[in-house]
Design a protein around this ligand. Sequence first.
Ligand code: F6R
Length: 604
Amino acid sequence: MCGIIGYAGTKQAAPVLLSGLDALEYRGYDSAGAAVFCGGKIKTIRTAGRISELRAKIESEKPEGTVGVAHTRWATHGEPSERNAHPHTGSDGVFTVVHNGIIENYLVLREKLSAAGRVFLSETDTEVISQLLEENYDGDPLAALQRTVAGLEGSFALGILCADFPERIYCACRESPLLAGTGGQCSLIASDTSAITDKADKIYRMQNGETAVLDKDGIAFFSPDGIRIEKREIKVDRNLDEVGKGNFEYFMEKEIYEQPEALKRTISEHISDGRLKAGCPVYGVNLIKKIFIVGCGSAFHAAVVGKYVFESLLKIPTEADLASEFRYREPLIDDSALVVIISQSGETADTLAALREATRRGARTISIVNVEGSSIARESEAVFMTRAGREVAVATTKAYSTQLAALYILALYIARETKAVDDERLGSLTRELSLLPGKVSEALNRSGEVLRAAEKYAGRSYAYYIGRNLDYASALEASLKLKEISYVHSEAYAAGELKHGTISLIEDGTLTVAMCCCGRLAKKTAGNIEEVAARGGSVLCVTTAAIAPLLGGDTKIITVPSSDELFMPSIEIIPMQLFSFFSAKLRKCDIDKPRNLAKSVTVE
Ligand code: F6R
């Protein structure tokens, strides 16, 4: 979702800005633009399309200059169009702004500014910022910025050019990530480390309300009160910041195949020689009476897996919550509650707000995140890092897998501490968990039969996914994977629920994908498969060799290696990720950048 890059240095700015936008492209966007100081004047170039179109425009217009800002926009206020693309300049032509986030009081501000004679050229909330900066300007851009941010409600990360100071960039943020960095004779800003790790030796994270002024010689940071401050550089794991596609055609494909390694990295930090390391990431677990696991999208599906695993192992009531609901539902929590926050990016607005709500209510918090130093990681009491490495494809695969592993490991730590399971069971689960990367690898090796299934079913325009218990959690994730990248409408249901309404939609050839790896409930799911088949539906079933004989003769079966039932979600999701990937490829979809989606959802 929206990306910012800014450069003030000695090299030509436009190529640096474009390479920064390339690195941000994975976040999802629908228009792009850049502004560069050319001969002391701000030249703005924008497009409603992809970065490649912006590049073509820049190559033809050749903006010569060493200071500039650029942006990828994911539309919130106003359609994706050239006039709504950032940067936006005020009516006086003095301030040019790129912005991530949402200005919640923009309508009030827009009315006031219009009444004062300012003419708006876009439908965006961002334009009020450039206009307000000009209203507040008396020759000191930093003072104008500080006055302006004081009047804004909502979230923002801002990169600003002021026509009177062509060697500088000004910036500020609140509730939206912004980094500033310095390299050899240059300073940079970016909304994401990936855009500047190759250029900046030192990177600093801007905190809420802080402002900064950058030029080629360095950065001056200011506190929310306008006092000059020194900041500590942040640690960035540059090794995991690999962004190439390697031998693969798509990032998603590469990331699907990276799962065994990602799992190994995540698991080996906690389990060695088949034994769980000493300690527990959460202190005082014996006092915990209730657990909430909270996330959005796939992270929520991981939470649903976590609910079943935690309740089964720990015997502590556990709820899986959607962050966007949790934050406003006034959850009944106190210090006897543990809130587990799941987020790949660590920046999802609703998830961050849910964490803050949990903290405000006195709960203990632990986050499962993939980005070190992200907002959620910084604000949680404890952090469990997933080691998926950088995930570029919008649809998550390896981060989801490592989130599941993190939940399993967390459950084992708590189970040991609370003595919820005996040593023998704990030992066998721990050993089984260390075998998981190998089993996932084996499931990946069976891609041929998944491809044949995708070839058979890719033409369908809708599908249903069913499963019980942990298989239901996997059905939710498998269904989301299919719909988000292949644009096939799909819905997931608890298998026993289908007959309470949705079965009326099953007719000749309707595809139902049944997840059936939960041995205890396999016969029940087999019965639901029969109900679909009896109405002419086609059934594709993901199951294990041991369960397969229970299934009806017409069911198309994809078998996966078996493990402890609690860990089967990690294995059964593999063919479903591949199924979605192959289906999207056969349907010629933009797999890594599905329409309307963003990788990091920083607005609520
Ligand atoms: C789906 C997907 C999204 C994310 C969701 C949460 O494939 O990637 O549903 O899981 O937007 O993102 P994070 O984990 O960054 O909080």
